[in-house]
Design a protein around this ligand. Sequence first.
Ligand code: SF4
Ligand code: SF4
Length: 411
Amino acid sequence: MNIQALVVKVASRCNINCTYCYMYNHADQSYLVQPKFMSKSTVEALKEKIKNHCLSHNLNSFFVVLHGGEPLLSSVKDLAFFLETLHSLHEDGINIIFAMQTNGMLISKQHCELFNKYNVGVGISLDGDKEVNDMYRIDKKGNGTFERVKQGINVAKEHMEFPLGCLSVINFQSSPIDLYEAYRSLGFSTINLLLLDENYDSIDQVPRLKNADWLIELFNYWYDLEGNKKTSIIKFEDFINLIFGSESSSESAGKGYNKLAVIETNGDIESLDVLKICGESFTKHKFNLHTNEFDDIFQSDLIDVYYNSKQMLCKKCLACPVNEVCGGGYLPHRYSSKNGFNNPSVYCDDLLMLITHIQNRVIDSLPENLIEETGIQKLTYQDAVKLIEEKLPTIPEPAYAKKLESFALSN
Ligand code: SF4
Ligand code: SF4
């Protein structure tokens, strides 16, 4: 087991207050005791621990995603120190690949110069056009943020040498095609769509199959576009690659391991931050950069379950014909205070509907001789549901089920 990517919280607060934010507006309020910014000594400890880990696991490249809160709340000087400190690991033969996720409102020319210098891939969080974005992405006074994000995007477009990506939470009250066209007109090179972070304790708010209807409408529109009008939609490309048996780097699809950890501003090494939606201090492990190596975190059951989340599937997922594509869904979306993680995703029906739809559309576009050669077959959503119902009673309880259930509140 090893870690190959870190989400690093260089700032633990945000300049806005999105209503759905898993950091500030869900069960876990532990950010309140975190320092607002990462100190220089913690950045230096981070460098040392990445170096030790890469050397002991023969890794010559390592991903670092700057995150917050809002990472651009850090001063330009502090960000430059962070980037230069980690970049200097190339002297030890380690190439750090940087990315940043930001709400984009604070981007300046000076930031762009840093992004250019250190090849930082920048993703902007935005939920569509002004009307849709401003439903939930609001500032602390309740005002919409779209216009200010757009100003930041314009600054980035003027001064950055690389195109921006976009991270967007699906709002099925919006038109998927309007949203796609809004992103194209803003010039994003990739669109990363996220399902709203919900689990079994909160899912009542999300009507069944609404996300599938929305995503299928977008998929059909996007899939039929000519190449030069097609902006990369990572979720769809991942599913298509997985249907053809390729790997996906996504944490929420496929069969690979999740080799990612999170660093808080005080140097704490934690599990995936979205797991904060499962409860207060849910991701805390008492591991810290100043006292631990990354290998120490594998003692934690939560790290183990997250790392192996696409192997540790519940019985329904083990019976599911698309589990090698779906991967059982995103781990935070599987949680219930009753069963821990021994559940399919709360979005199971949406995922099954979407994946079978994509598979059938892709098969429809293949030449007949290839379909015959590969023996690839269509599978409707209804057939998949029936197959699961037939197979489920024959699946024994997996040995790891107790570990998945150990996170239930009764344990
Ligand atoms: S920009 Fe990100 S960190 Fe800030 S409130 Fe919105 S979702 Fe949370
Ligand atoms: S579609 Fe549902 S049952 Fe199938 S793997 Fe995904 S979450 Fe599990």
